[in-house]
Ligand binder design. Structure first.
Ligand SMILES: NC(=O)c1ccc[n+]([C@@H]2O[C@H](COP(=O)([O-])OP(=O)(O)OC[C@H]3O[C@@H](n4cnc5c(N)ncnc54)[C@H](OP(=O)(O)O)[C@@H]3O)[C@@H](O)[C@H]2O)c1
Length: 354
């Protein structure tokens, strides 16, 4: 049996260990065996390592955002062939599908095929951010994103209203800004003062200080939007109260939508507001209706987003940091530094030369 190197975790809160005896998987139908090239670090990695949650088997191999190259395809692959580059966020917690090892399996419908519009490093910033933002807005709030190159009369109507993105400087937030703009809306984003420009570059029309007193933030929301907003996404997991107050007391719309990336805190909203909590971790699980729905929705969104990356309407984040050094020890160091709050931008680690 061919074996390979990677990082394993023996159990909840066990240390990351670099090993060389991981079995190399074989691609099944509609899957490809790929070699990890770059990985992006996300909050979900330390969360999984400490809690053991979302992990299906121990010793566990984890990881989420990745860029990789296809080595071999399984039966029925139509989109991918040997030598193609791919990027995206894997279904987390499943050893054979996880990128913290030399090679792993991707499901071709759940991975982006890379073109020259996206760099190898930039590809690592896309997956979890865009899929989370996409679920929050397109699934949770029924926003319509037309295929690239299609004109749509509804865009003119949307232009008259605003989408509010709490945390518009973060990974999920920047993609939420981009998607809302592509759907035709004006976007108001909350950020810390020093990061307002990041949200502006992603396309936000206006920003406000996410650390200002709540009454001040509500005042700005009212002044900028005039109450013409029905959609709020909290991509910061810090703005539940503000979001609900804004929708409840400022929005003049009849139907109101609140999506959040916080799928763990207890929360309830007034019945005039539709609540959607993103659970990207359901991807690839098949065991519940939500998982099956997520699998279908992700495949649908990836096909749509690939067209928009190619057309230039969507862009990978500019705010990321490629760390010095190559390999699994560097990944472990990056996760530790990430947890210690040492990065102001998303850290990307090279794990193999091509
Ligand atoms: N449920 C799911 O399926 C799912 C999927 C993906 C992510 N998530 C969660 O979603 C969150 C965002 O992920 P991410 O990758 O986008 O993280 P990120 O890049 O670190 O972004 C965090 C955002 O939160 C803002 N923020 C931080 N502290 C804040 C505070 N005290 N008040 C207001 N805003 C604050 C940041 O703004 P400034 O830095 O400008 O202040 C930034 O915009 C994480 O908690 C992650 O675990 C959940």
């Amino acid at each position: 049996m061919a074996t390979q190197t990677g990082i394993t975790i023996a159990g909840p809160n066990a240390p990351y260990t670099v090993v060389d005896n991981i079995p190399r998987p074989t691609p099944g139908p509609k899957q490809a065996l790929v070699k990890s090239l770059f990985v992006g670090i996300n909050p979900v990695e330390p969360f999984m390592q400490h809690s053991g949650l979302l992990i299906e088997e121990f010793p566990a191999i984890i990881g989420s955002d990745v860029t990789a190259v296809v080595l071999e395809t399984g039966p029925g692959c139509e989109k991918l062939k040997k030598g193609d580059y791919v990027f995206g966020c894997v279904p987390i917690g499943q050893n054979k599908l996880s990128p913290f090892q030399d090679t792993f399996l991707v499901v071709e419908d759940w991975v982006f095929k890379k073109t020259d519009k996206v760099s190898l490093e930039g590809g690592c910033t896309v997956g979890s951010g865009i899929l989370t933002a996409g679920l929050a807005l397109l699934d949770g709030q029924y926003m319509k994103l037309q295929p690239a190159g299609t004109s749509w009369a509804g865009a003119a109507i949307n232009q008259q209203s605003w989408v509010i993105v709490m945390g518009g400087s973060g990974t999920v937030g920047q993609y939420a800004v981009q998607i809302a703009k592509l759907c035709g809306y004006q976007v108001l984003a909350s950020t810390s003062v020093s990061k307002a420009e990041i949200a502006r570059k992603a396309g936000a029309d206006a920003t406000f200080d996410n650390r200002a007193p709540m009454e001040e933030q509500l005042g700005i929301i009212e002044r900028v939007t005039g109450g013409l907003f029905a959609h709020v996404i909290d991509a910061s997991v810090q703005a539940f109260e503000l979001s609900v107050k804004a929708l409840d007391t400022i929005s003049k719309e009849k139907f109101k939508y609140f999506s959040t990336t916080d799928d763990w805190s207890e929360m309830s909203v007034p019945e005039t507001i539709s609540l959607y909590r993103v659970q990207l971790g359901q991807l690839g699980r098949f065991t519940t209706d939500l998982a099956k729905h997520t699998n279908e929705k992700v495949a649908e969104m990836i096909a749509l987003f690939e067209g928009h990356f190619e057309a230039g309407g969507l862009r990978p984040l500019e705010s990321y940091q490629v760390l010095d050094g190559v390999g699994w020890e560097k990944v472990i160091e990056a996760i530790d530094d990430f947890e210690a709050g040492k990065f102001s931008q998303k850290p990307i680690v090279k794990v193999h030369e091509e």
